[in-house]
Design a protein around this ligand. Structure first.
Ligand SMILES: Nc1ncnc2c1ncn2[C@@H]1O[C@H](COP(=O)(O)OP(=O)(O)O)[C@@H](O)[C@H]1O
Ligand SMILES: [Mg+2]
Length: 179
């Protein structure tokens, strides 16, 4: 099964479209029946301004979330609750950029969002490298890249890598929806 998929986006609308396909694959993952322990972990890598927060905003909107998605730069973590047909999905959006050491999120109890299984959970993490070895295994690792010099300032490359069986299932769903 494919473990990598790369999407070239010529502008922000194209990024929104790529993320919409990911949103549909994620919704399909949570859809079957209420499974309280269902969880999905996604990391977002890329330079400042690459579009990690923007992509997260489009992702949540495409999943049907109507609330504001502000950057968790200062709070480290923003929680959103999305009502799905069968269940309430708890979405935790992290931005670890400002973290000085991995102990910060451990001591703040934020790792518990990865282990508590009362609710279906989606964790999205910007700057996962800041968590060093405390980072749990990610189902999908997504990297957003700025364009090379020949391209428009608005172009981005979105590289998606699946690291787990769950991640591979989502990736397969994306590739089948992209055609
Ligand atoms: N193709 C694109 N995809 C995503 N963002 C884009 C694109 N083109 C331009 N942008 C802009 O780039 C900026 C990305 O900022 P942000 O999402 O905060 O980045 P990050 O969270 O990676 O630091 C936003 O101002 C967004 O409007
Ligand atoms: Mg950001």
């Amino acid at each position: 099964m494919a473990k990598n998929h790369t999407i070239h986006c010529k502008d922000e609308r194209a990024t929104a479209e790529a993320v919409r396909i990911l949103a549909n694959a994620i919704l399909a993952f949570y859809a079957p029946t209420p499974q309280k322990s269902q969880s999905l972990f996604i990391s977002l890598d890329g330079d400042l301004g690459a579009g990690k927060t923007t992509a997260t905003r489009y992702l949540l909107q495409a999943m049907g979330y109507g609330g504001k998605v502000k950057s968790p730069t200062y709070s480290l973590c923003e929680e959103h609750i999305l009502d799905l047909p069968n269940e309430a999905l708890h979405i935790f959006h992290f931005d670890l950029y400002r973290m000085q050491s991995p102990e910060e999120w451990v001591e703040a109890g934020l790792l518990e969002h990865f282990t508590q299984s009362e609710n279906p959970t989606l964790c999205i993490i910007e700057w996962p490298g800041k968590a060093e070895s405390t980072l749990p295994a990610m189902d999908l690792s997504i990297t957003l890249m700025h364009p090379n010099q020949q391209e428009s300032e608005l172009a981005r490359t979105v590289a998606i890598e699946a690291n787990t069986v769950k991640g591979e299932a989502i990736l397969q769903s994306i590739t089948s929806r992209s055609h």
